[in-house]
Design a protein around this ligand. Structure first.
Ligand code: HEC
Length: 389
């Protein structure tokens, strides 16, 4: 999707809307006009501009983009009218004409209900520990309705007024993280049935750190379920952060290599190093054998988190590659020698094949080289509350 010229301006438009709203909130906060909830400034309005709907409704996105252009020209005309006396009345007459002529988008599509936490950013850093914490909380509080796999296909679901949604689909990615947090803590209501509660509130049982951990867990679980069902990660998923030891150096976080490609090799044997990637050996939780690998991670939480994302109980032998931005992109199945294009699990629908092949041609013709070229040529684009992949 990110190869089309359309996706480029759409990405820009959504980024602009998100950035402008976030800046507005920051300014309000700096002026002391914003209240705080869950440690971050609260969005004071009941609605916000929606990036996620624009991704789906290209026609409305186009209308909005043109309207913004019309409004910008109208503002410019107003400014000029103030500065420039002679054509003042022509310029002032132009303003309402522009505003009438603009192809205003439908408010219902562009404006969506907001929660006070709509613009909250997760503070967890998407760590393996946070996913592990979320797993325990999910088992305790959510599994009865949403099911172990998040699909909501449980006997209890039939007795609920509204069927629980499929948490392994694109829903979690379409929502702003802060809205997910808010709904977990405050529950949900059905708009059609006069505001009847559909999911109970968990504010009495969980705090915001718990809810953020649940968001991390649900995303990791959703990625694993997608991989099982579709053989790919249609929604981008980050490489969970974990502590890594390299030789005698003090432990460091995986995220400290952001900007470089990272390969995780799960298992006991030291992998062959490759200059194109940072290689980390992820050892099974109980292994006590010494290893000659340069960099090693061995927390049980990290093993579990990656098994969850890879959608497998047999993680040993699996290799995972994250790109320079920390997104997981490729998986090498256990026992498979070498890499191929098929291992790229997080890719664009309409790939800019020509561009990628051009880059690939310049690199060594091994599978990994081609894979890396493809990965680099198609970065994951990310917009909060709406992904372009
Ligand atoms: C009593 C059953 C029940 C329990 C328990 C429950 N949920 Fe839900 N959940 C639902 C239903 C029903 C919906 C659909 C609500 C709707 O669309 O109005 C839902 C929706 C959601 C959504 C989607 C919200 C959205 O933005 O559309 C998320 C995320 C979610 N639940 C997470 C959780 C988490 C996390 C827990 C555990 C802390 C949990 N749920 C516990 C029934 C439940």
């Amino acid at each position: 999707m990110n190869s089309t010229p359309e996706a480029d301006w759409l990405n820009l438009l959504i980024g602009l809307l998100q950035g402008a709203q976030l800046q507005l909130l920051r300014v309000l906060d700096a002026l002391g006009l914003a209240q705080h909830v869950y440690g971050q400034p609260a969005w004071p309005w009941a609605r916000r501009l929606s990036g996620e709907n624009l991704l789906i409704d290209l026609g409305q996105a186009r209308s909005l983009a043109w309207t913004l252009v019309f409004v910008a020209v109208a503002v410019l005309a107003l400014l000029l009218a103030f500065l420039w006396r002679r054509p003042r009345y022509y310029l002032l007459a132009l303003v309402p004409m522009l505003l009438i002529a603009a192809p205003w988008p439908e408010p219902r599509v562009v404006l969506v209900p907001a929660t006070p936490a709509s613009f909250h950013a997760s503070p967890t850093g998407f760590t393996a520990e946070s996913i592990a914490q979320g797993r325990v909380l999910y088992q305790q509080n959510c599994v009865a309705c949403h099911g172990a796999n998040g699909k909501g296909e449980v006997p209890l679901a039939a007795s609920l007024a509204v069927w629980p949604p499929d948490l392994s689909g694109p829903l979690l990615w379409r929502r702003a993280d802060g809205d997910l947090l808010w709904r977990i803590l405050h529950g949900t209501r059905d708009a059609q049935q006069g505001g009847q509660p559909t999911m109970p509130s968990f504010a009495a049982k969980l705090n915001e750190a718990d809810a953020w951990a649940l968001v991390d867990y649900m995303k990791a679980q959703g990625a694993g379920q997608s991989l099982r069902a579709l053989g790919s990660w249609p929604q981008p998923i980050g490489l969970p952060d974990m502590a890594v030891r390299c030789g005698a150096q003090p432990p460091r976080l995986l995220a400290s290599w952001r900007g470089q490609r990272v390969r995780i090799v799960a298992g006991g044997a030291a992998p062959v190093e490759d200059p194109r990637l940072v290689t980390v050996l992820l050892r099974p939780p109980s292994s006590a054998v010494a290893t000659s690998a340069d960099c090693v991670a061995d927390s049980a939480a990290a093993w579990e988190a990656l098994a969850l994302i890879a959608g497998t109980e047999q993680l040993a032998g699996t290799q995972l590659i994250a790109d320079r931005d920390g997104w997981l992109r490729a998986r090498g199945a256990p026992g498979k020698a070498g890499w191929s294009d098929d291992d790229l699990l997080c890719r664009s629908e309409r790939a800019p094949v020509a561009a990628a092949e051009q880059v690939a041609a310049a690199l060594p013709a091994d599978g990994l080289g081609a894979l890396i070229a493809r990965m680099d040529a198609q970065p994951v684009r990310f917009v909060k509350g709406g992904f372009i992949h």
